[in-house]
Design a protein around this ligand. Sequence first.
Ligand code: DC
Length: 212
Amino acid sequence: MTEQSAGSGGQDKPTIAIDGPAGSGKSTLSRALGQKLGIGRLDTGAMYRSVAWAVLDQGVDPSDVDAVADVARRIDISMGDLVTVDGTDVTEAIRQDPVNHAVSLVAANPGVRQVLVERQREWVVRHGGGVVEGRDICSVVLPDADLKIYLTASEEERARRRSDEGASSVARRDRLDSSRTVSPLAVAEGARVVDTTDRSVDELVEEIVTWL
Ligand code: DC
C-alpha cells in the first residue's frame, strides 16, 4: 500500500482502534479524533471495498476464494483523500451498489484478510500511531492499541445514516460481517462500548480524549 495523506513519522502518537457495524459513526468519529489529536486515520473498510472493486473490475468471481486472495495480493491500494487501486481513482466507485453487495463475501476470505491486516499494521508502524477503524481492529489488527472502542447506535439511526445504501443492504452486510468464521464483528476484550445514537461528534471526541 502506498502512502496515506496524514501524519507521517514520529513514534509517540497514540494508537486508537475503533470497531462497529455500518452506520455506527466510525468514519465521522475517527476523522474528528484524528484531526483533534493531529494523527492519521485509516479506514480499513475502504481497503476491503477496494479489493471487492478490483475483483469485480477484473471479472473475477467473488466466491472464488483463491482467485480473490490473489487479487488482494497483487493490487496496490493507496489510501489518502482519494482511494486508488493501481493508480485508478476508486473513491466513489467503492461506495456504489456492486461493491456494497460483494464486499462482505470478499471480507470473509481468509487470504484477503491476511494481506490487508498486514498492510494495516504496516500503516500504523509507518505513521507511528493513528486512528484505525473497521470490524476487527480491536480484536485482531491492534489488540494492544492505547485505546479500543466499539461503537454502536440504534438500528433506526444506523439505517438513517446509511440511507444512501438502503436499510436492507446494510442489515445484510451486518449479518454477514457478524456471522462469518474469520474475525467476525464482535466487542473485543478491553474495548469500551460507546453508543453514538444521541451524541454529537464534538461531545464524543472531548470524552474519548480523556481516556488516553
Ligand atoms: O466500514 P465499511 O462499511 O465501509 O466496510 C465495508 C465492509 O468491509 C464491511 O461490510 C465489512 C468489511 N470490513 C471488515 O471485514 N473488516 C474491517 N476491518 C473493515 C471492514
